[in-house]
Design a protein around this ligand. Sequence first.
Ligand SMILES: Nc1ncnc2c1ncn2[C@@H]1O[C@H](COP(=O)(O)OP(=O)(O)O)[C@@H](O)[C@H]1O
Ligand SMILES: [Mg+2]
Length: 383
Amino acid sequence: MRIFRSEEKLSPEYVPPRLPHRERELGLLETFFSSYMAGRPAVSVRTLIVGSVGTGKTVLSKLFGRKLEEANNMARYIHINCRIHTTLSSILKKVVETLGAPIPARGLSPEELGSRIIDLLERKKMLLVVGLDEFDGFLRSDPKGVYTLLRLGEESAKESRISVIAISRNAEVLEEMDEGARGMFQAGVIYLEEYDYNQFSDIVEFRCSEAFYPGVMSEEAKSLVVDMASERGDARYAVELLWRAGKYAENEGAARVVPEHVRKAAASIYPSIRREALTYISRHERLLLLAAARQLLTSGKSYISSTELYQAYKVVCEEFGSAAKAYTRFWEHMQRLEDLGLIRVKIGKGETRGRKSFVTLPGIPASIMVREVSALLESGEGE
Ligand SMILES: Nc1ncnc2c1ncn2[C@@H]1O[C@H](COP(=O)(O)OP(=O)(O)O)[C@@H](O)[C@H]1O
Ligand SMILES: [Mg+2]
């Protein structure tokens, strides 16, 4: 069975041709750098992109870099990870290396190296934007270097051929800069908000359409990925879930990706099945958990309603020779299981009336849960 159309399109390095719900921010970058886009040197631009993990900072900056290079063949974008390149000297060496410039990096001070780069850009009429990802690493280990880099090329000419996009997940990064550096960024801060549920739906839809064959990713699995990702507000998690779920389906020879593949994917990312929690929950909580896991597994759904779960629980009670508790008691057990992180309950729209509770196993494959809990119930351990 063929699952992936282009598996590499779910790799962390891949930059998609568009970013749903980041069109405005991409447009902002293009506006900030409009001179460079048009091939004209201009006053140096310094932009700062701030957002939490998985808000698309890295990919946005890289996509802008690609647009810039497409718009003008004299413009270059170089993306540098400042967790690896933490000093000005290391960053400039990386620039020289990426440009393939005939500049001996050894034996030059960072300032000298900087002015050699400027000379080269002048001679070749090139324009350079440096994306400084994980900028905090640079700021922490070489704050003077930050200032030097920001001012590069300003002394010799008004028109600068080098500009900077700094990227940080730290909301306080501006405050950590000294006044000089802060002033240079202040006009150009772009904040990326966490994506919400609807935005994740569009993003997941789009990424699936690129990576999977049509119809391979079931709607149920897709919406489970959306739920899990929007809970964390993390697009990286979404992309990783898609890829891993696809791998599980592929390895099983399945024709489609279903919610159970997503649960397995989640468990493999955070192997957080809380075995110790299973050992100290009560017998009825175990019965309830077994019912939930079985129901999710056999129905192929990502969520089951609490009324459906109660019915399943009564069946399991009968099987294990226990009298089922009343609904209110059952609800208490459910809350306790949620507090322990063994199930997740969310409010959604019911089919017939009002809002309803739906239950899922967060990041725990139902099959593993069934096995573990059945074993405990049979042994009676810890009851
Ligand atoms: N708007 C979007 N559309 C499609 N994919 C996105 C979008 N935003 C982020 N991604 C994807 O989510 C993952 C995380 O994005 P990334 O730029 O690494 O986040 P950050 O750098 O903010 O932690 C990447 O695989 C990226 O391609
Ligand atoms: Mg990043």
